[in-house]
Design a binder for this molecule. Structure first.
Ligand code: FAD
Length: 427
């Protein structure tokens, strides 16, 4: 299957040791079977294992193989469309839960890192950087919006203040989110997997789920095994392919690319991002960057539909990095990689149920590090019979992509081109 191509990433090269896990063989019975060993699957699995459930995770490749092991590592609060947009699309009781969860993902990650002693280079502070006056105005309204929902950790930065956290002339200002931050994403996934296994959870790797049989007890099938489970959670996100055509029809995998430089001299690293925060700009197709634990510049950006080879990635992303930091002109790029996230038409996540016992969560459209962690909690609570949070997510509309699978790419690329032009013109 074409989506299962491993990444030669900096994260893979600096991953903490992990056990070899077997592929599924034979018949297994469990309370919950989870398809996908990224944050959505692992977060759900860990919440359920903590609550005493028997859980099996089936991962097509290895833990963190997908976006969870390749991403920018940025802990970003709220959703890809913010609470003002959500407010227009759901009821007041659902909005209350969605607003609570908008700022909870970062807490869940920090609690887990602490409780399970996960070594993932966790650092505090996330910066939204404004390139235009319009974007800065938007950040002011974002601060007011988040305050209206009880969150007061977003601090506005003027032109001088942003230079103190990111040393470039590109930005007119920004906002510092004090509970944002960054992590080594693959090591977070590996740490969550290890925590789940400590609690008795089972993970089978190299176990591609090929089909399901629905029923009172669902059956999940791989090439050599079957899991019978009271509940199933589909957490394959952008790597699920066409396993469930009804989920594929309302979402679109998109590639985004990252480069990692060689480790920087300590003084240079410190001069570029003095407080070691992570940064994303406010463009529709945004740049995101930060320093790694060993002081490399990790720089990601853009959205490209379809696969790219590594030489292409350097040609695309390095100029973006040099536009922000000309100081890095002579620095070598040591790693380049690509990963897929899942876009939805509304850019809001999709959570739902097929029949009475097959749950799914997908499509956070970019800001998934925090969302997947609250999604795991909502799914685990729903399986335990407390469905308020799940119902709140499920109340958000799911739209099919116009043009179906054949035309969704050109239509979405046209949309992205329109927003990119608006960003360039500052309108
Ligand atoms: C390059 C990149 C940079 C990003 N940067 C950020 C960022 O800085 N901050 C942020 O908040 N978000 C970021 N994102 C988004 C974020 O990483 C994702 O939203 C999040 O990791 C999704 O987690 P997931 O568990 O739902 O999916 P994934 O991590 O993709 O996991 C899905 C798993 O399911 C498995 N799977 C699929 N099909 C099957 C099957 N049939 N059988 C068994 N297993 C299967 C896959 O192998 C995969 O391991 C980024 C994404 C990318 C690609």
């Amino acid at each position: 299957m074409t989506q299962f191509v491993p990444a030669q990433s900096y994260y893979a090269a600096s991953a903490n040791p992990a056990p070899e896990r077997p592929a599924l063989e034979g018949l297994h019975e469990t309370d919950v079977c989870i398809v996908g060993g990224g944050y959505t699957g692992l977060s759900t699995a860990l919440f359920l294992a903590e609550a005493g459930f028997n859980v099996i995770v089936l991962e097509a490749m290895t833990v963190g193989f997908g976006a969870s092991g390749r991403n920018g590592g940025q802990i970003v609060n709220s959703y890809s469309r913010d609470l003002d947009s959500i407010e227009k699309q759901t009821s007041a009781p659902h909005l209350k839960h969605l607003a609570e969860m908008a700022f909870e993902g970062a807490q869940i990650i920090r609690q887990r890192v602490k409780a399970y002693d996960i070594q993932c280079d966790l650092k505090d502070g996330g910066v939204f950087a404004a390139i235009t006056a319009k974007q800065l105005k938007h950040l002011e309204s974002q601060q007011q919006l988040w305050r209206r929902f009880g969150y007061d950790q977003l601090e506005l930065l003027d032109t001088q203040q942003i230079k103190e956290v990111v040393n470039t002339d590109r930005y007119v200002g920004g906002a510092l989110d004090h509970t944002g931050g960054h992590i080594h994403p693959l090591n977070l996934a590996l740490g969550e997997a290890a925590a789940f296994e400590q609690l008795g959870g089972k993970i089978f790797e190299h176990s591609i789920v090929t089909s399901f049989n629905q029923g009172e007890t669902a059956e999940v099938l791989t090439a050599k095994g079957i899991v019978k489970a009271k509940f199933v959670v589909i957490a394959g996100n952008a790597y699920l392919g066409n396993l469930l055509p009804q989920l594929a029809a309302k979402s679109m995998p998109c590639g985004t690319q990252v480069i990692a430089t060689e480790p920087l001299d300590e003084a240079l690293a410190q001069s570029l991002i003095p407080k070691d925060h992570c940064i994303e700009d406010c463009n529709y197709l945004l740049d995101y960057f930060r320093l790694s634990g060993d002081k490399r510049m990790l720089y990601g950006g853009g959205v490209i539909y379809g696969a790219r080879d590594p030489a292409d990635i350097e040609n695309i992303i390095r100029p973006k990095m040099l536009k922000t930091f000309p100081q890095l002109a002579n620095v070598k790029i040591e790693y380049t990689w690509t990963g897929n996230f899942l876009l939805t038409l509304s850019r809001l996540p999709q959570m739902g149920r097929i029949g009475h016992n097959i749950y799914y969560s997908q499509g956070c459209s970019g800001h998934g590090v925090t969302f997947t962690h609250v999604a795991g909690k909502a799914l685990a609570m729903a399986i335990q019979g407390q469905a308020e949070r799940f119902d709140a997510f499920a109340s958000l509309p799911h739209y099919p992509f116009p043009g179906g699978r054949s035309f969704r790419i050109p239509f979405t690329a046209m949309g992205a081109a329109y927003y990119t032009l608006r960003d360039k013109l500052g309108i």
